[in-house]
Design a protein around this ligand. Sequence first.
Ligand code: IPM
Ligand code: MG
Length: 356
Amino acid sequence: MSEVKKIAVIGGDGTGPEVAAEGVKVLKAVAELEGLSFELTHFDWGGDRLLKTGEVLPADGLDQLRKFDAILLGAVGHPEVKPGILERKLLLDLRFGLDQYINLRPVKLFPGVDTPLKDKGPADIDFIVVRENTEDLYCGAGGFMHKGTPHEVATQTAIYTRRGCERAIRYAFELTRKRNNPKGKKLTLVAKTNVLTTGHDLWWRAFQEIGEEYPDIEKDYNHVDACCMWIVKNPEYYDVIVTTNMFGDIITDLSGIIQGGMGVAAGGNINPDPGGVSMFEPMGGSAPKYTGTGKINPIAAINAVSMMLTQFGYDKAGDRVMQAIMKVTGTKMKSQNAGKMGYTTSEVGDLVVAAL
Ligand code: IPM
Ligand code: MG
């Protein structure tokens, strides 16, 4: 038996707990098969808790999480809670507080999954976005003057540090090397150096300097607007993308939809440093209208579990889950859309377990 890994499971809002449960089901099954050992602790943090108790998570919530090896998060977003509160408390505070400085978003079209891109298939859509996850417009730096008057001024400042961009860029180069794409190892920096001539100049210089340490990797650059066109027109162009937090947020939704949508796409908020606690999540959102109906797609949550296994260094188990997902999307599921899968949420989880 391997060492016991402690996992915090935060189901969160809406359908989050349902999809997280399927992720846990698959995690338990693969642990059994691979001789891995996990200890799971469930937390009821989220919108319902806020409405009942006045707090999203307890005051020492972050400290509690620091004792875990990883976090599996279901979804964030409650129809009765004003936008911004849960996102801040359950997502951004955890990302920042646990210094999860990489947001890793693999974009892979699984077999049998529909993409809105004409004439593109699994061989064309297979890249990874490394999004910086702790800086940029997400820092919350800014304020108002003369609020509510015709003279109102609002500022929201993007903050970039050398350390912040360097660690993201370095992570991306290492990942590109490890991925060792048979089409050629290529890392594309996505930014907007023609307009953001200070912050993105810092990114550009760091990319060039660090890139010298990676002569085996092709160094490439796209402006973010052009990148959006290429993701749609020629997704096969990309191997690994590294980008800033805000642009990464936007291009990963675009990328998510070309890989079959929010029922499939998963992400990891990674702190790769020794002892770092990373958090894995389906990108689907809480889809409150489907809560309790058994219609929501758990593939993204299971995909998040696969990422978590790989992050632990359990590559074989991670790949086993990925292969099982691809078998189920390729040979069983009718669609990746909620209510159209041909199976219930829990049945899809069972199918993946059977395919392991
Ligand atoms: C994401 C989400 C979050 C983000 C929101 C919910 C705060 O869109 O994980 O991409 O902007 O990072
Ligand atoms: Mg987003």
